[in-house]
Design a protein around this ligand. Structure first.
Ligand code: F6R
Length: 261
């Protein structure tokens, strides 16, 4: 795991977007895993800018979103498919047939989870997976006690996640209590991972995920086991880390980051 601390939310989002753009330029048929949520809005905004200003080409990119609420049809304004269409897809030259989501309104949820796993396998696996982190330590919707080897499945959401996301629904009571999510094992199979977290409210959970023990109580701590995982945070989200000086030194001195400084 590698930790990069940038001064502000905007800087952290810019670095994340540039990292994704670099991966797309290296491999135009990139299989890209995507996350939703408030933190990602700035990333998608910058990717749209890079598409318009620098011709970043999404035409061959294939995407797989991490999760979807159970019970919401794809056109529902709070569905993650709708979020992605508004934040990114309608503003870049992506082929919508190459964008994949678990179907939250599938009649047989278990069969839908198996279908999603096969679709990822048929594309050759995820090259780069983008992640956020919830206050419960979740990645995707892998709430505490999610097995390290878990695959795409239905998961009941914790009260912390309900409190985090229900204000995004016009009537908070309408937020589904269950979601389909890629498993921790599915995520760990990605070839490369980038986790973005910003703001003081994430400082506690970032310290646990990055410097705490690997535990299923904090699903994001499983990322410590991945050979190529970059955690990009702002100063606020990094404020409870113990080895900040070391992380700063790495970003300032390691040649891998030359393209991004
Ligand atoms: C959603 C997802 C979640 C969010 C997390 C952070 O697709 O994967 O794990 O990334 O809940 O959400 P925000 O950014 O709204 O704090």
């Amino acid at each position: 795991m590698e930790v990069v601390i940038r001064p502000t939310h905007e800087d952290a989002a810019e670095l994340t977007a540039r990292f994704i753009a670099h991966a797309i330029r290296q491999k135009p048929k990139l299989v890209l895993g995507l996350a939703t949520g408030r933190t990602m809005e700035a990333v998608y905004h910058i990717l749209v800018r890079l598409h318009k200003d620098e011709g970043l080409d999404f035409s061959l990119v294939e995407t797989f979103n991490l999760d979807e609420y159970i019970g919401l049809p794809p056109a529902h304004p709070q569905s993650y498919r709708h979020y992605m269409r508004e934040q990114l897809f309608k503003n870049v030259n992506i082929d919508l047939r190459n964008t994949h989501f678990p179907r939250g309104n599938a009649p047989d949820i278990e069969a839908e989870c198996r279908r999603y796993e096969s679709a990822i396998r048929e594309c050759g696996g995820i090259d780069l997976q983008l992640l956020g982190i919830g206050r419960s330590g979740h990645i995707g919707f892998n709430e505490p006690l999610s097995a390290m080897f878990s695959r795409t499945r239905a998961k009941a959401l914790t009260p912390a996640t309900m409190a985090q996301n229900s204000p995004l629904f016009p009537n908070p009571e309408d937020m589904p209590r269950r979601a389909i999510t890629m498993g921790v094992g599915t995520i760990l199979d990605s070839k490369e991972i980038i986790l973005l977290a910003t703001g003081e409210e994430k400082a506690g959970v970032i310290a646990k995920a990055v410097e705490g023990p690997v535990t299923s109580m904090i699903s994001a701590s499983a990322l410590q086991l991945h050979p190529s995982c970059h955690v990009i945070i702002d100063e606020a989200a990094g404020s409870k880390l113990q080895n900040k000086d070391y992380y700063h030194w790495i970003f300032d001195n390691e040649p891998d980051w030359d393209d991004y400084r």
